[in-house]
Design a protein around this ligand. Structure first.
Ligand SMILES: [Cu+2]
Length: 163
């Protein structure tokens, strides 16, 4: 009786050790690959800079705000977002559905050093500017947010209405 209890405890400890190791490995892999959780299909895709029909300036500030936070475009438009970090700390603009941004933000909270270089995202040091060229292929709403730890939760988010 005592012997079997011992074996069960050992098995439980072994199982815990394995699952903890697996969680660390899975997290490391996701971060290394900068995998965007794809909870839903985003609106649009990276656009061709030669086909830009409109440029929109978007400022990011240390007050945890995007200006403007609300943008309207037309379906079919290829837009250049001129993103400027007017603050002193790093900010980023990541396009995605609310669900994707939320999931991605949760990953960022666990790994603050993560940077976003994929299409539809730009990460900028204070005072720097950059751009995202995006083709909005259908009507709907696409969100954007700064996924630096604490920023998204503080309200650093906005939405693009595609009409
Ligand atoms: Cu930010």
């Amino acid at each position: 009786m005592k012997g079997s209890l011992f074996r069960i405890t050992q098995a439980a400890i072994l199982a815990l050790t394995i699952s903890a190791g697996a969680a660390v490995a899975a997290g490391g892999h996701g971060h290394a690959g900068h995998a965007m959780p794809a909870a839903s299909a985003p609106i649009g895709k990276a656009g061709d800079p030669a086909r830009v029909t409109r440029s929109i300036d978007v400022d990011m500030s240390d007050a945890m705000r995007f200006t403007p936070a609300s943008i309207e475009v037309k379906a079919g438009e290829t837009v250049r977002l001129n993103v400027r970090n007017a603050g002193r700390i790093r900010h980023e603009l990541v396009l995605g559905s609310d669900a994707d941004l939320k999931a991605h933000y949760d990953m960022m909270m666990k790994d603050p050093g993560m940077r976003h270089e994929e299409a539809g995202a730009i990460s900028l040091e204070g005072g720097k500017s950059g751009q995202i060229v995006w083709r909005f292929d259908r009507a709907g709403t696409l969100s954007f947010g700064c996924l630096e730890p604490g920023h998204y939760a503080a309200g650093m988010k906005g939405a693009i209405s595609v009409l």
